[in-house]
Design a protein around this ligand. Structure first.
Ligand code: PGA
Length: 235
């Protein structure tokens, strides 16, 4: 794994945006896995500004969300709402090429299989852009709940609290699996702030296993971690 350390979170956002842009220039019809969370927001805003100035075009790309919570789509905590606001609309991703697991489904297991089929039908992932949880989770492959392919997880109270609002357990989610993510030709992981420092250290040093799901990515052939100095402080 390649680690790029940059001074600030703003630098991480700019670098993430320029790596993303380079992939899109090389392959305008790329298939990309996209994250929600605080970390990618600045990157999305940079790319949206670039798009407004005519320098970035995702209209031929296909985007698959990494995960979705099992809540009604109209609720502000859903990733459907997040992506509409920060990524799909501002980046101009065509409505027919925005994929996210259906968080309203009555049959989450079959939704997982459908999601895997949709990724395969799109030709597989060219690029996955990821965040990382302070506990080392990747998408919603939480400690002890990592799985190879798209699957259902139970969110723990700390993860639920990060969603905001007044959500209470039990709350489930659908997440791409570790092998789904690892099948991407290139992976870019963004990490900012001191709360991610332990997870990055474990990602590099811990024996590969479920306790720190980020370790499963370590031997991917094209994995770049872009971290600010705070997140890289234990490396
Ligand atoms: P964050 O979430 O960007 O809000 O820190 C990261 C993640 O859970 O993957």
């Amino acid at each position: 794994m390649k680690i790029e350390t940059l001074p600030t979170a703003g630098d991480v956002a700019r670098r993430g945006a320029s790596v993303f842009e380079a992939h899109v220039l090389a392959r305008p019809d790329l298939v990309v896995a996209l994250p929600t969370g605080r970390t990618p927001i600045d990157m999305y805003e940079i790319l949206a500004a670039l798009r407004r100035s005519g320098g970035f075009d995702l209209s031929r790309a296909t985007a698959f969300n990494l995960d979705e919570v099992l809540l009604p789509r109209a609720m502000p905590q859903t990733f459907f709402q997040f992506m509409t606001r920060y990524a799909w609309e501002p980046l101009g991703i065509a409505p027919g090429r925005r994929f996210i697991p259906d968080g309203e489904t009555g049959d989450p297991e079959s939704e997982c299989r459908k999601y895997e089929d949709a990724i395969a039908k799109a030709g597989g992932l060219d690029l996955a852009i990821l965040g990382i949880g302070a506990d080392g989770h990747i998408a919603y492959n939480l400690p002890g709940q990592a799985g190879p392919r798209t699957h259902v997880v139970r969110l723990d109270p700390i993860t639920i609290a990060t969603l905001g609002g007044d959500l209470q357990p039990p709350l489930g989610a659908i997440t791409m699996g570790i092998e789904t993510i690892r099948s991407a030709k290139s992976i870019v992981l963004l990490a900012t702030g001191p709360s991610k420092a332990e997870a990055l250290r474990r990602m590099r040093d811990e024996p590969v296993g479920e306790a720190w799901p980020c370790t499963f990515l370590r031997d991917h052939l094209d994995l770049t971690v872009i971290a600010d100095e705070a997140a890289a402080s234990q490396l």
